[in-house]
Write a protein that binds this ligand. Sequence first.
Ligand code: URP
Ligand code: ZN
Ligand code: ZN
Length: 470
Amino acid sequence: MRFDTVIRHGTVVTASDTFVSDVGIKDGRIAALAADLTDADEVIDATGLFVMPGGIDSHVHLDQPSGDGIVMADDFDSGTRSAAIGGNSTVLAFCMQEKGQSLREALKIYHAKAEGKCHVNVAFHLVITDPTPEVLGQELPALVEDGYTSLKVFMTYEGLRLRDDEILATLDTARRTGALVMVHCENEDAIRYLIGRHEEEGKFAPKFHATTRPVAAEREATHRALSLAEIVDVPIVIVHVSNREAMEEIRRARQRGQKIVGETCPQYLMLTADDLDRSEMEGAKYVCSPPPRDKASQDACWEGLEQGVFDLFSSDHCPFRFDDPEGKLNEQGKRHFRWIPNGIPGVATRLPILFSEGVMKGRIDINQFVAVTSTNHAKLYGLYPRKGTIAIGADADIALWDPNKRITLTNDILLHGADYTPYEGQELRGWPVHLLLGGETIVKDGLLTQRDGRGSYLKRKRSSLFPREA
Ligand code: URP
Ligand code: ZN
Ligand code: ZN
């Protein structure tokens, strides 16, 4: 067979295997894995490089409305450009239902935001903020059939959080229809109470974002979410876990026999609450929820990755500009931490951070790296085996990694819309130097090669946790 493209002399890495092989690509898909594939229009020399499935980041916020006068720093153009530069070929973004809005209306808006702009492939999770009988009884089941097979619910944030009875009703619909539910676990009432106490005590600086959202508020909500899922008998994803106690809740639920997915993020490995205490409002750059904790929590999250408590390593990319009245330093945010928009940029740095600090430092092996950054996302969110692996028949969404390339992270190389990275100056070893999307090169020598977006919208199957179509 004559191939469109052949990747030669690389080391192929999947979630289970590492082997030396050429990769033959035809019509956007992987057509051969063998030695000495030469007959091709284009040959990419991957000597000394790892050939891995493109990263799949299943927790990314793009172009979401974020409160009065606050503007998210990335739309689908800049966010997916940044994703590509960081070795990702697919992102799963959130489609946020406004109160009173139908899910179809919300999806129409997000599809329009994404249309023609995406540099990598995109799919949507539905965020349920208004679980009316129509939404749960009619809309959601139909949308699951249409390929929107996952959703997120919040236990915190005024205006977004659901009550326990609403979470139960949503989980029950998810079980019946075969949708995978992601849960943001923090106890809103406890946080509100603590914010009130901080206000009485005149504590308004960014660092108090962390003290009003303590580990116990996350642990309690995690336990409650797991209990609600147990009552309804449905798998759930506990997203952005920041500490050992929440992790232990996941372990215990699994011991009880529940199917639970755990997710953690780079900020919980790399940052601590001390970062929120940097001078001159600098701490605002690190405000996200749950907040980064302490060194012991970082160690716990590494342990969770090593031991498989976490199936998913996602960015929770939620970018706001720092020095901007529409961003972190809006007028109210300068005076009170509760008005600093929550979230940090990270879609470009997720993979290089885990590769450098995890693989190159021997904390996880390279197959685990592929599992928690790509393959598991594909399986759990209904994209496997077309995405998330290097196999014959899979889409040729492929990242070539140079394990020896040394990079010092600076904001300008990340191509996102934020005016900072939380990881400025971080020295890393290993970088995704080449990215193919459906067999077409979109990143070469670490630089974007295409001006226009080549990504597609991905209609998804049900999660691997719902083995038979519900
Ligand atoms: O602070 C964060 N994580 N912002 C993004 C929204 C969310 O809860 O995932
Ligand atoms: Zn969340
Ligand atoms: Zn998030």
